[in-house]
Design a protein around this ligand. Sequence first.
Ligand code: ADP
Ligand code: MG
Length: 347
Amino acid sequence: MFENQDRTNLEDLGEFGLIGHLTKNIKLTQPSTVKGVGDDAAVLDFTGKKVLVSTDMLLEGIHFDLAYTPLKHLGYKAIQVNLSDIYAMNGTASQVTVSIGMSSKFPLEAIEELYEGIYIACEKYNVDLVGGDTTSSKQGLVISVTSIGYADEADVTYRNTAGEGDLICVSGDLGGAYVGLQLLEREKQIYLENPKIQPDLEGKDYIVERQLKPEARRDIVELLKSIDVKPTAMIDVSDGLASEILHICKESDKGCNLYEDKIPLDPMTYETAREFNLDPTVCALSGGEDYELLFTVKQADYDKIKFKMDITIIGHITEPSAGCNLITKTGNVHALKAQGWNAFKKD
Ligand code: ADP
Ligand code: MG
């Protein structure tokens, strides 16, 4: 889905022409970037810091559907999902590389829109695009991003260091990206059955954006630094709250109690989930793609975080033998599971 209807043939441009075209306006801003695009490798300098590196791959048909994903948003999201991993280590993101595989049927204008989103994200989050690879693909569009960042050794936050009694916190709200996806899928089906019907996403901007245009939570990392709170463990919510808290507990050899009534849900997420006959709590637990930060803090830090607008305390870490539990609104205790897709349908 792209806006510019001109169609410049990629084959006329050639691989080097394309790379040159896509990278000609790069402005490097990071002191740690010594050399960006244009040699066999980028050269970076992180004197005195620990370097953080993370990679994610997005495949058409698996991770995105071009029927309802504007390429500009896709480029933006590809960067965000990668920066999120650097922030989840309590680091500062500073560089990315972007590799793309695409069919030669794609016109240059489509790739330009993809890169427009990539550059907007890079500029907004202060990261340099320092390299990548470009190749053709017979099986749809592939985008792989590697993000690079840094942190002081004492600041790096792992998954395996949550302590008994620590408070479990999450930023923002959960489940919106999944419910937004249900909405986009429904409108796609309606369109396929009757192309004359225009998609009806009226009033649903927030959850559609949560799906198409997520924002990595650099602001939360900065907020925690500014109030002098170092999380004891942290992870980003890419696969759903249940899966992520289970990672922290398993890696840390601990248990947890999560309280259903504390899980932050946006009203639009809640209402739209109900329209789809989905349990909003299940959407938050198993939906994924929210790219919020889930972290644990010492109880001594309670006063520093209790009134922070965008942070919710949703439970606490327990001894491992207590297991990982969800305490429901009615007070029932359920073992947390990283549920599959079939968990979504309400009976
Ligand atoms: P090599 O043959 O050494 O892999 P390439 O011709 O693939 O080199 O790339 C030339 C330069 O352009 C390198 O600096 C590489 O990192 C960069 N580059 C290639 N493809 C992309 C891309 N899609 N986005 C950004 N930079 C790219
Ligand atoms: Mg190459």
